[in-house]
Design a protein around this ligand. Structure first.
Ligand code: CMC
Length: 391
């Protein structure tokens, strides 16, 4: 029409200004508030990165302790929420449960519904970050028919999550430090990634002034898809299907075939046209976890070989398709003991920090408007109604 820019898939539209996360896709650079993801993954903790994303600066020791303490005050769920789980089938996908239970939180916190009040936004943000591990662990427990495990605030954020997931009342659960560290690092790697589909969903939902818990539930729904957060589950399923390195070439050929819808899962990215810096850290973490658990998964060899073959194939080179964050994460998560259906749940848990930080940033912007894209209309021009007996 000349009035709007047509940009399906928003490949060239900046939807907002943001000071949280910077990506240079050509160079493979990812910075949170200026800090490179590699440095954060190596030296920081998920709680510290959460503070950084929410507040703009790294905390000092006292600020970090205070933040960790505050988050720990909100780890429990309202007892009433336990009943929500019983309404789901035991074989429900845990992401379906996550959408439902997180959305239901909107019905529980009527003390903090004024989103114009920064204190209300803060407590909602803390509640979401604190309760996600509890909700996620309960989704898992429900699926395996074990009792829910209450949080233990003596443990770290991540240690607590591992215990709620894998602990049982019959035994003392011991958090393995190397596993806790790897899990925490995976959370850091997923914490935020600027205006990806689910974050844009949270912002769009939030732009109408909707309740933050409902907005995060919308983000979870969007993340679930295999082109987005669901790719970690799809990537491991694909590696299992490929199995041994001798079968890789067949799948590479399928991925290149225009008439075959098959894609290499965990490969390619809208923004990265270079190696995803998160995949680099993820690949080295696989080895750390294998060493700590004294396990070895032959699928790792298959993954490494697949990467090597793809990166030497002109199709992948020309299209600049590299492994993304999801390519190696499944191997680690599976070694730790998570079933594939939980992978995207873990992504959602970690991304909640980015979602709430982005939501806060949006709502605090005085120029914020409701998100309302236009369209190019392709339907019929105006015509007159015809009574049913004349059609
Ligand atoms: N395997 C084979 N070919 C691919 C792949 C792949 N994984 N990814 C992209 N291509 C081809 C695609 O067929 C297209 O070819 P052509 O130009 O000839 O039509 C070209 O590369 C560009 O692809 P696109 O779909 O137009 O690019 P996009 O920016 O819309 O999609 C993507 C990005 C991530 C959805 C896509 O690369 C993909 O489907 N990857 C597999 C799923 C995946 O790993 N997703 C996780 C993304 S990272 C974590 C997250 O953000 O959630």
């Amino acid at each position: 029409t000349g009035k709007f820019t047509f940009d399906p898939g928003f490949t060239s539209t900046a939807s907002c200004e943001s000071a949280l996360t910077y990506i240079d896709g050509d160079e493979g650079v990812l910075l949170h508030r200026g800090y490179p993801i590699g440095q954060l993954a190596e030296n920081s903790s998920f709680m510290e990165v959460s503070y950084l994303l929410l507040n703009g600066e790294l905390p000092n020791k006292a600020e970090l302790e205070n933040f960790e303490y505050t988050i720990s005050r909100h780890t429990m769920l309202h007892e009433q929420l336990r009943h929500f789980y019983q309404g789901f089938r035991r074989d429900a996908h845990p992401m379906a449960i996550m959408c439902g239970v997180v959305g239901a939180l909107s019905a529980f916190y009527h003390d903090s519904t004024d989103i114009a009040d920064p204190e209300h936004r803060k407590i909602s943000s803390h509640r979401l970050i604190a309760k996600m591990p509890t909700i996620a662990a309960m989704a898992y427990k429900y699926s395996v028919g074990q009792p829910f495990v209450y949080p233990d605030n003596k443990l770290s954020y991540t240690g607590n999550f591992l215990r709620m997931t894998f602990g049982v009342p019959a035994e003392e659960y011991e958090v393995i430090p190397a596993v806790e560290k790897a899990m925490d690092r995976i959370f850091i790697l997923h914490a935020d990634h600027e205006q990806n589909a689910s974050t844009s969903t949270v912002r769009l939902a939030g732009s109408s002034g909707a309740n933050p818990f409902a907005c995060i539930a919308a983000g979870i729904a969007c993340l679930w898809g295999p082109a987005h957060g669901g790719a970690n589950e799809a990537a491991l399923n694909m590696l299992k299907e490929i199995g041994t390195p001798d079968r890789i070439q067949h799948y590479i050929d399928r991925a290149k075939d225009k008439n075959d819808p098959f894609r290499l899962m965990g490969f390619g990215h809208r923004v990265y046209k270079n190696y995803d810096p998160r995949a680099t850290v993820m690949q080295s973490t696989v080895r750390e976890v294998f060493d700590a658990l004294k396990v070895n998964d032959p699928l790792f060899e298959t993954a490494l070989r697949l990467e090597e073959i793809a990166l030497n194939d002109p199709y992948f080179v020309e299209k600049k398709l590299f492994p993304n964050v999801d390519f190696y994460s499944g191997i680690i998560l599976s070694a730790i003991g998570f079933p594939t259906t939980m992978f995207t749940v873990l992504f959602a848990l970690a991304r909640t920090v980015g979602w709430v930080a982005q939501w806060n940033e949006m709502i605090s912007d005085p120029g914020q408007k409701i998100g309302r894209p236009r369209q190019l209309y392709t339907g019929p021009t105006q015509r007159d109604y015809v009574p049913v007996d004349k059609r």
